[in-house]
Design a protein. Structure first.
Length: 252
C-alpha cells in the first residue's frame, strides 16, 4: 500500500469511525463484532499471527541467503539510532497493518461473506488488496499475483477465526521481518535499517527485483504453502466472544 506515513493516523481513525458507524448504526451491533474483542485471546492471536507472517517471509530470506542471492553489509553501529528506528518502524508498520486489515478483512469482508459466501469474500477482498498496491514501485504481473495470494492467505485466516488481531499480527510480522529485519523492499517500498544494508544478486524472477521478495517465485511458493496450511491448521478457530456478537455472516 503506497501512502504517506504521516497520513496513517488520520486514515486509521477514519476507518475506525466508518466501521463503528456501519456496525452500530446500520447493523445494530458492536465494533468488536468485526473481530476486535480485547483480552487474552486477542494477545494470543496477535502473537501467533505475527509468528506465522515472520516464518513465511523468513523462510524466503533464508533460501535466498543460502543460495548466495542476498547478503548484508555492516556499517557504523549506533545503538541509539537503531533503537529509535526499531520503535518508529514497528509503530508505522503496526498502524499500516491494522488499517489495511480493518479496511479489507473488516466490515467489507463480512458484508461480502454474508451476501456472496466466504469464498467470494476471500477472493474479492484479495483482488482489491492487490489492486491497492498496483501503483507501487517495481510491481509487475508476478508481484500483483503474489500480493493477491497474500490477500487470500489473510482472508482465509480471518474467516477461520473472525479475529482482526490474528491477521493484523500476520501482516505486521510479514512486513516487519522483510523490511526492518532483512532490510528488503516491502511491496516496492523501502525503509532503511540503520547499521546494515542488504544487497540482492539473484535472478529477479525468484528474488522479486525492485518490488522485493513479494515479486518473486520463492514468495509465490511460500504463500501457497502458507495458504494450504492455514486452511487446515487446528489452532485457527473462531473466537467465541466474537460469535456472541453475531458477525454478519452468522446471521444468514
Amino acid at each position: 500500500m503506497a501512502f504517506e506515513w504521516w497520513a496513517l493516523g488520520p486514515a486509521l481513525a477514519g476507518a475506525l469511525a466508518a466501521s463503528w458507524v456501519m456496525m452500530s448504526g446500520v447493523e445494530s451491533t458492536s465494533l468488536a463484532g468485526l473481530g476486535l474483542v480485547p483480552g487474552v485471546r486477542a494477545v494470543t492471536d496477535f502473537i501467533r499471527g505475527f509468528g506465522l507472517g515472520a516464518v513465511l517471509i523468513g523462510s524466503v530470506v533464508v533460501v535466498m541467503a543460502s543460495a548466495g542471492w542476498i547478503g548484508w553489509r555492516t556499517g557504523v553501529w549506533n545503538a541509539q539510532e537503531f533503537t529509535r528506528a526499531v520503535l518508529a518502524t514497528t509503530l508505522l508498520f503496526t498502524l499500516a497493518a491494522f488499517l489495511e486489515e480493518l479496511v479489507f478483512r473488516g466490515y467489507p469482508f463480512q458484508v461480502l461473506a454474508q451476501a456472496l459466501g466466504p469464498r467470494a469474500a476471500v477472493l474479492l477482498t484479495a483482488a482489491a488488496f492487490a489492486a491497492l498496491h498496483g501503483a507501487n514501485p517495481g510491481i509487475g504481473g508476478l508481484g500483483f499475483a503474489n500480493t493477491a495470494l497474500a490477500g487470500i492467505l489473510l482472508g482465509i485466516m480471518y474467516w477461520r477465526t473472525y479475529s482482526l488481531w490474528v491477521v493484523t499480527g500476520a501482516h505486521l510480522g510479514w512486513n516487519w521481518l522483510m523490511s526492518f529485519a532483512a532490510d528488503l523492499p516491502v511491496s516496492g517500498l523501502e525503509i532503511d535499517t540503520p547499521s546494515y544494508d542488504a544487497w540482492i544478486a539473484g535472478p529477479d524472477i525468484l528474488t522479486g527485483g525492485d518490488y522485493g521478495p513479494e515479486g518473486g517465485l520463492l514468495l509465490s511458493l511460500a504463500t501457497v504453502l502458507g495458504i494450504a496450511w492455514v486452511a487446515r491448521a487446528s489452532w485457527l478457530s473462531r473466537d467465541a466472544a466474537v460469535l456472541e456478537l453475531r458477525p454478519l455472516p452468522e446471521r444468514t
